[in-house]
Design a protein around this ligand. Structure first.
Ligand code: ATP
Ligand code: MG
Length: 239
């Protein structure tokens, strides 16, 4: 589903050049749930933004659903993002004056009118994320956990090939974070939703099939649930 090869990203501030990604190679299969962990500043959000087509790499290829993102022009990338990618932010980023339902439907307005099929998708998503009964409530009246449920439903409304999430539980306390992680896992297991999630929290990363450890712009290690040393590795991490 995702193929990243020899990816690099440099930022310029005046004459000063910062190499943030230094050759990342990654393959994420359809239906996989992958977590990316690593120290602050190691390039996790930069990688996620490149996967989301928000920015272009300095070199290397990003292929999502067999389409090469880095060869698209800006307009093509915008359309690709809208149709094939869903993004969940740490701070939810809902439109505060719109209702739950309107926020979830929002990505659909950009492209076309909402038809019966879309309405069904929205209703199903509201039920799936546990917001039935408050669909007419204004987003600014919701708790953090509820807002993130709306944001997840919004990110899934276009049936994206990949759901990208940058610290989706970073602003939530442990119990609510767990609810959100279980929700992501449910979409992954039941609908084979491919998910790439950045997190600082080893507890959150434990929900994924594979954990990618990032350091200083490169992948340092990949640890899979099915690896023999997985349990030992996780225990050490938490110690
Ligand atoms: N637009 C930009 N211009 C210049 N430098 C940038 C830009 N975006 C990111 N950087 C730099 O790239 C490096 C990696 O940033 P990034 O946000 O990807 O890290 P991160 O791993 O997500 O960190 P955190 O865990 O704190 O969120 C940082 O040194 C940051 O200052
Ligand atoms: Mg980040």
């Amino acid at each position: 589903m995702i193929r990243v090869s020899n990816l690099t990203k440099e930022f310029f501030q005046g004459q000063e050049k910062t190499k943030v990604l230094k050759g990342v190679n990654l393959h994420v299969k359809e239906g996989e749930f992958v977590a990316i962990m690593g120290p602050s500043g190691s390039g996790k959000s930069t990688l996620l933004q490149l996967l989301d087509g928000l920015d272009l790499p300095t070199s290397g290829d990003i292929q999502i659903n067999q389409q090469l993102l880095n060869n698209m022009n800006e307009k093509e990338r915008t359309i690709f993002r809208r149709r094939h990618l869903g993004f969940v932010f740490q701070n939810y980023q809902l439109l505060p004056t719109l209702t739950v339902e309107e926020n979830i439907a929002f990505p659909l307005y950009a492209d076309r009118k909402i038809n019966k099929e879309h309405e069904k998708t929205i209703t199903n998503l509201i039920t799936a994320v546990g917001l039935k009964g408050i669909e007419k409530k204004s987003a600014n009246l919701l708790s953090g956990g509820q807002q993130q449920r709306v944001a997840i439903a919004r990110a899934l409304v276009n049936h994206p090939s990949v759901l990208l999430a940058d610290e989706p539980t970073g602003n939530l306390d442990r119990a609510i974070a767990e609810e959100i992680l279980r929700l992501l896992l449910m979409f992954n297991r039941k609908q084979h939703q491919t998910i790439v999630m950045v997190t600082h929290d080893i507890f959150a990363a434990g929900f994924a099939d594979r954990i990618i450890l990032f350091r200083d712009g490169v992948i340092e290690k990949i640890i899979a649930r099915k690896d023999e040393d997985y349990a030992e590795y996780m225990a050490n991490f938490m110690a």
